[in-house]
Design a protein around this ligand. Sequence first.
Ligand SMILES: Cc1cc2nc3c(=O)[nH]c(=O)nc-3n(C[C@H](O)[C@H](O)[C@H](O)COP(=O)(O)OP(=O)(O)OC[C@H]3O[C@@H](n4cnc5c(N)ncnc54)[C@H](O)[C@@H]3O)c2cc1C
Length: 461
Amino acid sequence: MPDYDVIVVGSGAAGLSAAISAADAGASVLIVEADTQVGGSSRLSGGHFYAAGTSLQKNAGIADTADDMFEHYMTLNQWRVEPSVVRKFCDLSAPTFEWLMRLGVEFPQEGLYRSGVGSTPRSHQPSDAGEGVIHVLEAQCQQRGIDFVLDSRVDQLLLEDDAVSGIQIGGDTATSSAVVLATGGFGANPDKLSHYYPDTALNADWQWYIGTPFAQGDGIDLGQQVGAQISGHNRGLLLATPGFSRDLEVLLPGWLIVVNEEGRRFMDETGPYTVAAGLIQAQGGRTWAIFDETARAEARPSPISQAYWVNEVLERKADEGFIHRADTLAELANLAGVDVAGLAGTVELYNADCDAGSDRQFFKQNGMRTISSPPFYAAEIRPAILCWTGTGLRIDAETQVIGKDNRPVKGLFAAGETVGSLHGDVYVGGGGSFGPCIVFGKLAGTNAAQLAKTTENVPTP
Ligand SMILES: Cc1cc2nc3c(=O)[nH]c(=O)nc-3n(C[C@H](O)[C@H](O)[C@H](O)COP(=O)(O)OP(=O)(O)OC[C@H]3O[C@@H](n4cnc5c(N)ncnc54)[C@H](O)[C@@H]3O)c2cc1C
């Protein structure tokens, strides 16, 4: 008999959900965690959950379905994702969301909001962010008597008769009928970033990962030991930043414009964070926020920014030479390496739009003001905050890890950021990573427990 029916590697949102559902399906479960505490990046996160057809949507009179979510998701990503996996996420998003609420996670009605570029509110914000969700899930694991081993980084999978049969940590082993890999992403591993997410290399020393240092991509290595396929390339979520400090602020104020090297605007500066970094990346990754002295002097801390777009900070950064400052737009353009005529034309057009009260090119709604009082400023903006990674193990819609022979690797399931089959070029919106971590974590736990039951009931010859 194996030591456990199911071993779960990693104790973030995906791993804890897997453990709970496996235990509820009758399995004995061990969770192994590299860190000295549970929670991983999930604990640090907002904990938002993207779902269609939830009770909160119904309360708000929003008619939404898994079909609508699927169509939006697939269209947004030009079908460059695995349809069966996306379909499963859409189908299970609402039932899993309700399950999470039944476990005790609070999602207030006012936390339902429209995020990303879709028109339907599908993002659900919990009362106590990711930390609160982890707290509830951990308590639920404890109630079920699930065993935890902390401070133990799994470095190998055991194989028996071509089936995964447990885990190894140095010289120690534990056996099981099924293993669920839920080790998170690889945002803290520079080598894996340059290999699997080369866009991040453009940001050089500005690069800043906001998740756990244990996001080393171990799931990829463990899966590859047993022949797993990798799915998706260059996937994840980058966020735009002026790089002044390591404060997680991702929105830009309306009183500036962002231009590329040609001096051309290319976005509504106040648009969704889910697309802003991609738009900047498409300009080659280096762009400049342009504003004038009046805007700088009047910039006060706001809900958008406490740390970056504030008058004293901007003054200090200009004094330090981190922001270019010049008496004319032509001089500013030269300092920043931006086309002089391009910038002049852009500002002229923008100022005319400000006077007319409408942004005819990009439809910016908030905060427009002319750029006319010297000195002028140019602050570089790069998509350099890394939130999560989306390249990982290929799974099927039942969370089985798929091998190079296109068959499931027996006994191996995966969920959460360690999986690569779900994310395309465009982030669907707030909760688009955390939501599927829980959806597929729960599913992986159920399926792993089911496999364990089947395997252990087979009489040995
Ligand atoms: C600050 C922040 C805010 C975010 N906000 C949101 C949001 O609001 N909405 C959203 O959708 N997404 C958000 N994200 C992304 C989202 O939170 C993550 O994608 C998600 O939580 C990942 O969950 P996970 O269970 O896959 O991984 P994790 O939560 O990172 O858990 C993985 C665990 O595995 C452990 N581990 C790793 N390797 C091993 C090993 N070899 N052996 C044993 N254990 C191992 C790690 O220590 C870790 O505890 C945010 C991320 C951050 C960092």
